[in-house]
Write a protein that binds this ligand. Structure first.
Ligand SMILES: [Fe+2]
Length: 401
């Protein structure tokens, strides 16, 4: 498996990694995005990863490239920095032009935001998007969002791209108040790979390779207090990764508390920490005993642990488990399914029908959308949205008749 950061020494690397549209969704590392390239399945599936997040709570986001008849298909857009474009151009030289760009999610802002720029970078490509795209606070026409209307089609409603070798499996739509949730998974038959955006993920103990380029977010979160220096070690990287997993899965894990502001200030601006990289020692987190056990429930020891993304379970599917089960049933029926490649966390993850069946049985057996432990914060959020009438009680009502 080939892995590399795409580097062209003849150009200034800071320009090559720049993403000028970062203020549209101001996420770390802002205007400077490094891209990691990996070949996931030889001659069939490739991955480009960039970090995105808030306050060093940054996790890799993935664009996947599939070999299709006559060229390439890009699924789940990423900012087309010079590095990313160069990596894709290298693939084009060997496998043919980018024919298609797909945004298979209606709600994942981190995937939508770069579609206009990515479509401009490949002006010959046809663009396919899932239905139910929405913008907030105003509903805007696609053209106003920068999506090229003349070459954009809606998945399922207007057909499906590359259906000679791909099957498309829809999850949703679900009414989530501010808009709708929808995701269309793509099963690429030649490689046996299922591409999803957010719904299914596999998480493992080893930090993603993208952090080898810059482990700062891991090391920042591996500390106990703001006055601790940022030090690199394999243990610190693993510890920081486990905490980032908790953050990204539960937003506010229950073994995390926020210390009083004066205490945060007291531990900041210490010698060696007066720099932007250390956020000047500002570290508003206290991890309580037991945090490692709660991270262990999400993280696979030797292999990635397959799961429905917790945020989705508690905020999107609390009253729609049936829709998820139905989707999993469709996945079980896919002939030759072998790998999962999601837009987040580990890839490729082994995905045989037996594994999907086990996941389905486990979901049906265990209590669903609970409010205890790590789920408390998401549960509170869901209840508040429901009470305020932002989220409907019946997520299917809008789509009936
Ligand atoms: Fe996502």
């Amino acid at each position: 498996m080939k892995t590399q950061e795409i580097i062209n020494s003849s150009e200034d690397s800071s320009v090559d990694q720049s993403w000028p549209w970062w203020p549209l969704l101001p996420l770390y590392p802002y205007g400077h995005r490094r891209t990691l390239f990996r070949e996931l399945i030889p001659d069939q599936v490739w991955s480009f990863e960039q970090l995105q997040g808030l306050y060093y709570v940054a996790v890799p986001v993935r664009l996947t490239v599939l070999k299709v008849t006559g060229g390439l298909m890009l699924v789940n857009p990423l900012p087309p920095t010079g590095q990313l474009r160069r990596g894709i151009e290298d693939l084009e030289k060997k496998y043919g032009p980018v024919l298609t760009i797909v945004l298979p999610t209606a709600s994942g802002l981190e995937h939508k935001i770069s579609l206009p720029a990515l479509s401009r970078a490949f002006p010959q490509a046809e663009v396919w998007i899932s239905s139910g795209q929405w913008s907030f606070p105003f509903e805007l026409p696609l053209g106003w969002l920068g999506i090229p209307e003349g070459r954009t089609k809606i998945l399922i409603e207007e057909g499906l791209p590359h259906d000679d070798i791909c099957s498309w499996i829809q999850l949703g739509p679900l009414d989530i108040g501010l808009g709708s949730f929808q995701e269309v998974a793509c099963f690429h038959k030649p490689s046996g790979t299922l591409l999803v955006t957010d719904a299914l993920v596999g998480i493992e103990e080893k930090p993603p390779e993208l952090f080898d380029i810059d482990p700062t977010p891991l090391l920042f979160h591996s500390r106990e207090r703001g006055d601790e220096l940022i030090k690199d070690s394999l243990e610190a990287r693993k510890k920081g990764w486990a905490r980032l997993v908790l953050f990204s899965c539960f937003l506010r894990p229950n073994k995390l508390s926020i210390p009083p502001f004066f205490e945060v200030l007291r531990n900041s601006f210490k010698p060696g920490l007066r720099n932007f990289k250390s956020h000047f020692g500002l570290y508003p987190f206290v991890w309580e005993e037991g945090w490692e056990e709660s991270a262990g429930e999400l993280i696979g020891k030797e292999k990635p642990l397959l799961q429905v993304a917790p945020v989705l379970e508690r905020l999107i599917f609390p009253r729609a488990q049936d829709a998820l089960i139905q989707w999993l049933d469709e996945l079980i029926r896919l002939k030759g399914i072998r790998w999962l490649v999601s837009a987040h966390f580990s890839a490729p993850v082994e995905l045989f029908p037996r594994k999907i069946r086990n996941l389905k049985e486990q979901i049906k057996r265990r209590p669903w959308a609970i409010g205890e432990g790590n789920w408390q914060f998401l549960d509170g959020l869901d209840k508040a949205l429901l009470k305020g009438g932002v989220v409907p009680k019946d997520p299917f009502e809008k789509f009936r008749g």
